[in-house]
Design a protein around this ligand. Structure first.
Ligand SMILES: NC(=O)c1ccc[n+]([C@@H]2O[C@H](COP(=O)([O-])OP(=O)(O)OC[C@H]3O[C@@H](n4cnc5c(N)ncnc54)[C@H](O)[C@@H]3O)[C@@H](O)[C@H]2O)c1
Length: 383
């Protein structure tokens, strides 16, 4: 059966990290076909990736500009592009595809500058193009359950928020032996030319910011931070106090030098009637504590999960799901939205449950506020 829509990818050559995750996640949805790409700016990597995916040589592009122009000109051109390159390239690539009239999905952080992010929002909205930003973790079923509980008032009024995203993979970079050496390709994250003004806040802190925003709907009004670089150009460890528009405070911690931590994204939300805690290492479970009651462990794939949140599950409970499915859920909704728009139909609210370019803009603002506050002796910075 012919696929309903087609996509191309920029970045994501075979040895890259997240491009392959995007392709597998998109592949969960049988409605979409990968037909072209500029998988690397290096010719051989680009060609080998294209061959591995059976991409025609004439649709294997040497650069993203040629890809945007050629695909926009083809009657069977792509419906959307998936951008999985390092951060320094996001703005130019996204802009090129938006200008060519092609829907975009881009990985986070959206871009370097707030003004660039605002321009991408404006372009996407003016051209009525779909623009998803892959804040992966909002795609998990139990995150959706937590969100439903919070937004329906089950926790009462929110009084405290605490979140962390902590890893340890840059500890080695700090050792005398490795300092200054490029150990692996992912270390582009510590290079300001590729990563921008921030390493860890941009890389993982943006996920934390987006997670709390998705779960609670709270908007950060201002924040203050401390940032540790430990002699490197960019941040490796940050502590952030935020103040939401309703006056409630939250505490966030973001680190890539926390020994033993892998991808430790944790969100804790406390209300007048109870609390929730979700941890990405155990994504199929949600800890819920009603005020004065026993701690309850809620689980995916069970009868008490609502149909709406349960729709994000792809396997029966007890069979562990994971990051691929969280990613796939974001793409499924993006794809449904694009298909409906193409047919002249309005997407329904469930289709629109994916992080958009507006959330991408919030992430860029967050990064700038955290770094600006640290530079200003931890003073309050408005978002
Ligand atoms: N959402 C998530 O959970 C998540 C996880 C990891 C990475 N990311 C984000 O994904 C992006 C990529 O990260 P990664 O770890 O996969 O990096 P990576 O270094 O593993 O891969 C980058 C890829 O982009 C290609 N590339 C670089 N410049 C290019 C250009 N001008 N044109 C075409 N291809 C180009 C490289 O050849 C490589 O294939 C980053 O923005 C990162 O923040 C998101």
């Amino acid at each position: 059966m012919a696929k309903e829509i087609k996509y191309g990818m920029v970045g994501g050559s075979l040895e890259a990290f997240i491009g392959e995750v995007h392709r597998k996640a998109i592949g969960f949805d049988t409605r979409v076909e990968l037909v072209c790409g500029c998988f690397s700016s290096r010719e051989e990597k680009n060609r080998l990736t294209a061959e591995a995916y059976g991409i025609a040589p004439e649709r294997t592009y040497a650069d993203y500009k040629a890809m945007a122009a050629a695909e926009a000109a083809r009657p069977d051109g792509i419906d959307f592009v998936s951008v999985t390159t390092p951060n320094n390239t996001h703005y130019d690539i996204c802009k090129a595809f938006l200008e060519a009239g092609i829907h975009v999905v881009c990985d986070k952080p959206l871009c370097f500058e707030v003004s660039e992010a605002e321009e991408l929002v404006k372009l996407a909205e003016e051209k009525d193009l779909v623009f998803g930003v892959t804040y992966t973790y909002t795609g998990y079923t139990m995150v959706k359950v937590a969100r439903e509980m919070i937004l329906s008032g089950k926790l009462g009024e929110i009084v405290a928020v605490n979140a962390e995203y902590v890893q340890d993979w840059l500890l080695d970079e700090l050792s005398a032996e490795n300092r200054g050496k490029q150990k692996n390709d992912a270390v582009w994250r510590t290079d300001p030319a590729k990563s921008g003004i921030s390493n860890s806040v941009g890389d993982i802190g943006t996920h934390m910011e987006n997670m709390i925003s998705y779960l609670t709907g709270l908007k950060i009004k201002r924040l203050l931070s401390t940032v540790n670089t430990y002699g490197r150009a960019l941040d490796l460890n940050s502590n952030i106090i935020v103040e939401y528009e309703n006056g409630v405070n939250g505490g966030y911690w973001c680190s890539q030098v926390a020994a033993g931590k892998l991808n430790g994204l944790i969100a804790r939300v406390y209300g007048t009637e109870g609390a929730i805690e979700w941890e990405q290492h155990y994504p199929d479970y949600l800890k819920y504590t009603p005020k004065g009651g026993a701690v309850q462990i809620l689980s995916r794939g069970t009868g008490y999960i609502t149909e709406a949140a349960g729709a994000a599950s792809r396997l029966p409970g007890g069979h562990p799901e994971g990051m691929y499915v969280a990613f796939a859920n974001i793409y499924r909704n993006v794809v449904s939205t694009i298909i409906k728009k193409k047919a002249g139909l309005a997407p329904d609210p469930a289709d629109l449950d994916f992080p958009s370019v507006r959330e991408g803009l919030e992430g860029v603002k967050f990064v700038h506020a955290v770094i600006s506050s640290a530079k200003a002796d931890s003073s309050w910075i408005d978002m």
